[in-house]
Design a protein around this ligand. Structure first.
Ligand code: C2O
Ligand code: CU
Ligand code: CU
Length: 476
């Protein structure tokens, strides 16, 4: 017989969702942070940079002596970093050795819709997909991950994701020595079973919320820095969890880029939040022998709950200097829409639908004239979500009629939509047309996306919107 008092205590502990999940005090920062390798392209006769990516199962030693089954790209967990410059022609061979269908989507890329790698560009087991395009967008930290409808959460969670960096003249003025003063940080929460396997138990209203953190697939990580200014490229590669980043010594740092490119001017911050799929670039100054911990601070319930140590950073006794960060980072004008811009309304519902509909692969929900700018208004009547648009960049105009937080005012492609909020964004769409391959907009909480919180739009020749069919053929 269990005493009633004890039952009450356990009962409460088990269901108290306001309790902060934490790993603080648990880590020892014993493993050197892994830096995903930079993928070397082969150069084709017309100058195209050609990259080979193989999606494959493998095993990874996250915990010393313990072997975990994982998936990876050109390796056992995560994928290599791709780095190219604006104007480059790129091509890929994406080989699927997973033993099941997947896709590979270029999140944040402006490109012909057929190359986007969304749910329609399936790569069957054993097959190779070979997209190619010209990089035509400002410098940015983008990323790639599978997007098979209904399976995205599982495929990303098992380890399929990587960083895709685009450089331009402006971005090269910032610290750019990869792995030295330009460091990728892919942050993911995980749930492990008692025998060290990845648990796929994602039975929360948001999907997977883990209690352990991997950074670049490293558990318990530390990083030694050797430069007095280090640029970190943070990617929230988690299925559902949001992070509210800061340093334990309270230091400030400069935010230099949002998802889709550099800010016009750096912003000095102590905290900023990234929901799943979002990226930010920050520059942090170090003095010799300093130590600090990058931490995520709890900022609410649900996906913003949790306090996690992410990475211990130790500065070397001698640091190489670099010139101060310029006051003008980018001269690209903030996205402005014309006064008569089209306004579209999107309602996120209690049932995790968009405009009362679930995803249908054969339905076109919106038809957008290519290369134009529009205002999209997203009204959230449900729980916490976020919103991502393919082949587009946007600026957040307001959240509940108020200016967005300082850390979310630059070029973006994914935005956090708090519970009950109305968010207006000024969207600039890619200048590509395709009547056969729809693009996606969706919640980037991957379980929501898989369950259908996703719609499709076509980019079409301006003026032809009304002639476009709103259904795709079954073989489309
Ligand atoms: Cu990061 Cu539609 O995806
Ligand atoms: Cu995307
Ligand atoms: Cu959602």
């Amino acid at each position: 017989i269990v005493p009633f008092g004890l039952l009450l205590v356990f009962g409460l502990a088990g269901c108290n969702s306001n309790e902060t999940v934490t790993n603080v005090g648990k880590l020892e920062f014993q493993q050197a942070l892994k830096i995903p390798e930079l993928l070397e392209p082969t150069i084709e006769s017309d100058g195209t940079k050609h990259f080979s990516l193989t999606m494959e199962p493998g095993t990874t030693e996250f915990f010393p002596g313990e072997i975990t089954d994982t998936w990876g790209i050109n390796g056992s967990y995560l994928g290599p970093t791709i780095r190219v410059s604006r104007g480059d022609k790129v091509s890929f061979d994406v080989v699927n050795k997973l033993g099941e269908t997947s896709t590979l989507h270029w999140h944040g890329m402006m490109l012909p819709p057929a190359m986007d790698g969304g749910p329609h560009q399936m790569i069957e087991a054993g097959e190779t997909w070979s997209p190619h395009w010209t990089i035509d967008q400002p410098s940015a930290t983008t990323w790639y991950h599978p997007h098979l409808h209904g399976k995205t959460a599982q495929h990303v969670y098992r380890g399929l994701a990587g960083m895709f960096i685009i450089d331009d003249e402006d971005s090269k003025k910032l610290p750019s020595n990869y792995g030295v003063d330009d460091i990728p940080l892919i942050v993911q929460d995980k749930l492990f079973t008692s025998d060290g396997q990845l648990s796929e138990d994602d039975d929360t209203p948001y999907g997977m919320l883990g209690d352990e953190i991997l950074v670049n697939g490293t558990y318990d990580p530390f990083l030694k820095v050797t430069a007095s200014q280090v640029r970190f490229r943070l990617l929230n590669g988690s299925n559902a969890r949001a992070y509210n980043f800061g340093f334990t010594d309270g230091r400030s740092f400069q935010l230099v880029a949002n998802d889709a490119g550099l800010l016009n001017e750096p912003v000095t911050l102590e905290r900023f939040m990234l929901s799943p799929g979002e990226r930010a670039e920050i520059v942090v100054a170090f003095e010799p022998e300093e130590e600090t911990i990058l931490r995520s601070y709890s900022s609410g319930a649900g996906i913003t709950n949790g306090e996690f140590d992410l990475l211990k950073i130790v500065a070397d006794s001698e640091l190489t200097g670099s010139s101060p960060i310029s006051k003008q980072l980018s001269s690209i004008e903030p996205i402005e829409v014309p006064a008569d811009a089209k306004v579209r309304q999107f309602k996120l519902t209690m049932e995790n639908e968009i405009n009362d509909k679930l995803m249908d692969m054969y339905r076109i929900d919106e038809v957008v004239p290519a290369g134009t700018k529009e205002i999209w208004e997203i009204h959230n009547f449900g729980s916490e979500h976020n919103f991502h648009i393919h082949d587009a960049a946007f600026r957040v105009l307001d959240i509940n009629d108020k200016e967005p937080p300082e850390y979310a005012r630059g070029r973006k492609d994914t935005v956090f939509i708090p519970h009950g909020a109305s968010v207006r964004i000024a969207v600039e769409f890619g200048n590509y047309t395709d009547l056969n391959y729809p693009l996606m907009y969706h919640c980037h909480l991957l379980k929501h996306e898989d369950e259908g919180m996703m719609d499709q739009f076509l980019l079409v020749e301006p003026g032809t919107e009304s002639q476009v069919p709103t259904e795709l053929r079954d073989d489309g």
